[in-house]
Design a protein. Structure first.
Length: 750
């Protein structure tokens, strides 16, 4: 049997005090039988020992009272929320069923308890609470948004009560969850006061020394900080009054957690954090008289925006602003309803000061969260409208209030994001849009050359998803070109159509390049190209379109030397090398010399197995062997031979599993043909470095740069260069020269 829950004298006194206070605060929303039923339930729960103290030794009944008080004071929940919180300990222990709750207290209370149960089950199944996806999953999983609000309040209360516990491991686990899960949830819902408390308490328990170091420093500097705030505010007060504005100003010291985050981000001591406080200017713009049936009019909003920008102009005329630190959440409010103007200015003694400009309505939304947000959306209650207007957050207990919460929940998952250019131009994109979408939105040439972007001064790739409020600066490179996989990166139809068009244009250019290269190869080997024979060969190779044939030559999928040899064979009536598709042993591979061309001998050829020459072979694409490499042959399923480098990554497996199909091979002749190789280059992302690399290649005789693909990330670039060259000697010489380019860290052959 569970040990009986005994209340200490202090706990009993606290519980009675909270009970009386809660009864007074929610009396107007209680039903006639609520109080006697709840009092009877609590006494029965305690007498029958249906609950026990938690891992911290805390009394769950007292915790429930404390959480209930918190949701009334800080969030505005009333009857249904309070009863659900007080019934929760017994419900979770199985001493109370949902049906009993529904019959005695109504469907709304049962609905909240059921939601808390579902969230708890989800929470236990998914321990990876650090991710944004989990937080969003919780929000979408909650049938009633009051469930999330109660969870946040419950964690705030628990964090308050475990200050002196000796269960340090449990304290750390609870604190980490508060930092990763509950504080971001509170932020999403605009509950900034609770969010700051969760962050500060988490820091206090997780990084004790850092917390108290900052706290002591704040205490030491409070007197001088207050004096400076007064010095800053006085002339501002005078100028705003002269302009005829109605307002009040207050100074706000940053939270300890916020200061600690800045110290870590800026790698500085406490003294190096220049914006320890912010000045908040709250404008009193007449609004109630201007509302029509509770709905905010366009005229009111126009006046609010106008007066905020008027105050902004006055402040920036008095103190030098930092344009990089301007945050305009008037034009595009945050998804949780937050509206404000933020600017950092150079105040007296050349100290940077953050100034926040907002109206009383905006300030209430910022301080009170989602309920205040919906007051100004004109949400009505069918009963008690006057009381609702005097106590804004009680609307959460009304049916229409729940509709408002559902609408707010939808707002958290907006289908659009708003991003800015460095010049401040605002663009709208569908949710899921990437940097590449942004680039093509500006111009197709920008999109085609895009290699990444700087988002809020941080370098990111073309795949980076856009978030509302991002400032995006596109990075381009003259060597960049669109690729087929880009179609899977972009979200907008505009970007997809531009990529498809660019790919077609690229294929045409590559086809012309490949055709010129093939004609040049024919001339080098003193051959005349007969167009009719070539067309026959293209069909024989399985191509329906000539453009596909030349595209594969350009990409290296089809080897030029192989094409020429097949052309010669077709011209002279040569049949296939083997007549079946059965994989033969290398020992059984026999050359049919009668089918070899009689009057043409390559200057650089492969000698395969027992001094056989002229065998139909292909160079393996996996390792791209060239003249001079140590190689071996592998008899394929089709009967032909693929030539691999000895150090090919596939070589060990081929030799181990199919040793009977491996034949010896070596190069013979002078090495007069050209081969495609790919070099991997890594280095600093300096201006002009790509031009320096390509310049070296272009000045080398008998070297052709076929393809270049460079990507930049966090100050480094990495890329692949596909080059046509003669042999390994030329390759080694080229690698040495490329390594001498300033900024290049690594050059290696793929």
């Amino acid at each position: 049997m569970t040990e009986r829950l005994e209340f200490t004298a202090t706990e009993k006194e606290q519980a009675i005090s909270l009970y009386q206070r809660l009864r007074e605060q929610i009396a107007a929303t209680l039903q006639p039988d609520d109080e006697p039923r709840m009092r009877s339930y609590l006494l029965q729960t305690i007498e029958q020992s249906q609950v026990s103290r938690n891992v911290f030794g805390l009394n769950p009944i007292l915790l429930a009272f404390q959480t209930a008080q918190l949701i009334v004071d800080e969030i505005g929940l009333r009857r249904d929320g309070v009863l659900a919180v007080l019934l929760r300990p017994s419900f979770e222990q199985g001493a109370l069923s949902l049906e009993e709750v529904r019959l005695q207290y109504g469907p709304s209370v049962a609905h909240i308890l059921h939601g808390l149960q579902r969230i708890q089950e989800l929470y236990q199944k998914n321990p990876v609470i650090e991710s944004e996806n989990f937080r969003n999953l919780l929000l979408s999983f909650a049938e009633d948004m009051r469930v999330i609000l109660i969870m946040i309040a419950d964690r705030v209360n628990l964090m308050r009560q475990i200050r002196d516990t000796d269960q340090l491991d449990a304290q750390r686990e609870v604190s980490e969850e508060a930092a990763y899960l509950y504080a971001p949830l509170a932020h999403k819902l605009g509950l900034y006061k609770l969010k700051s408390e969760l962050e500060d308490l988490s820091l206090k328990y997780l990084e004790h020394d850092a917390y108290y170091h900052i706290k002591d420093k704040l205490s030491e500097t409070k007197k001088s900080r207050d004096a400076y705030i007064e010095q800053f505010i006085k002339p501002v007060n005078e100028r705003l009054t002269e302009a005829g504005l109605h307002f009040h100003i207050k100074g706000r010291t940053k939270s300890i957690h916020s200061i600690w985050q800045k110290m870590k981000k800026q790698h500085c001591q406490f003294e190096g954090v220049y914006d320890l406080f912010a000045i908040r200017i709250i404008l009193e713009v007449g609004g109630d008289a201007m509302r029509d049936d509770g709905k905010e009019t366009r005229e009111l909003h126009r006046r609010e925006v106008m007066e905020c920008w008027q105050a902004f102009a006055i402040i920036t005329s008095m103190y030098q602003p930092n344009p990089k630190r301007l945050r305009d959440w008037l034009s595009v409010p945050k998804s949780n309803g937050y509206e404000s103007l933020h600017i950092t200015v150079l105040g007296p003694d050349r100290k940077w000061v953050e100034v926040q400009i907002r109206t009383e309505r905006m300030d209430e939304i910022a301080e009170r969260g989602v309920a205040a947000h919906w007051r100004y959306k004109g949400v009505k209650s069918e009963s008690g409208l006057d009381e609702w207007l005097t106590n804004i957050r009680s609307m959460l207990e009304t049916s229409d209030g729940l509709d408002a919460m559902d609408q707010f929940k939808m707002d958290l998952y907006e289908d659009e994001v708003f991003v800015f250019t460095p010049k401040g131009d605002l663009f709208k994109f569908p949710k899921g849009a990437t940097v590449l979408d942004f680039a093509y939105h500006i111009h197709s040439k920008i999109g085609n050359a895009c290699v990444g972007a700087r988002i809020n001064n941080k370098v990111v790739t073309i795949r980076q998803l856009l978030q509302s409020g991002d400032q995006v600066e596109i990075m381009t490179s003259t060597s960049q070109h669109p690729r087929q996989e880009w179609l899977t990166i972009v979200k907008t139809s505009r970007a997809k159509s531009k990529i498809r068009l660019a790919l077609k244009e690229t294929q045409v250019k590559e086809g012309l390049f490949a055709k010129e290269m093939l004609e040049r190869k024919f001339k080098n080997r003193k051959l005349e190209m007969d167009e009719s024979v070539m067309q026959h060969l293209i069909k024989k190779l399985g191509f329906k379109e000539v453009s596909d044939f030349y595209r594969q030559i350009a990409s290296g999928e089809l080897d030029v030397n192989t094409v020429i040899d097949r052309y010669i064979g077709l011209q002279q009536g040569e049949g296939p090398t083997t007549g079946n598709n059965v994989a033969e042993s290398a020992a059984n591979f026999v050359l049919d010399e009668s089918r070899l061309p009689k009057d043409h001998v390559q200057e650089d050829v492969l000698v395969i197995d027992r001094n056989l020459k002229g065998v139909d072979y292909q160079l393996a694409r996996c390792c791209q062997p060239i003249y001079g490499d140590h190689v071996f042959g592998f008899v394929t399923v089709s009967g032909g031979i693929k030539i691999h480098r000895d150090d090919c990554p596939n070589a060990p497996e081929l030799k181990k599993r199919f040793g009977y199909r491996v034949v010896k091979a070596r190069w013979s002749g002078k090495g007069s043909s050209q081969y495609a190789i790919t070099l991997r280059v890594v280095g600093n992302d300096d201006i002009g470095i790509v031009n320096n690399l390509t310049s070296i290649i272009s000045h080398e005789e008998r070297l052709i740069l076929r393809n270049i693909n460079i990507d930049s990330h966090d100050g480094l670039f990495s890329g692949n260069l596909t080059i046509m060259l003669d042999d390994t000697n030329r390759l080694e010489s080229l690698i040495k020269k490329l390594r001498t380019v300033k900024g290049v860290k690594q050059v290696s052959r793929l």
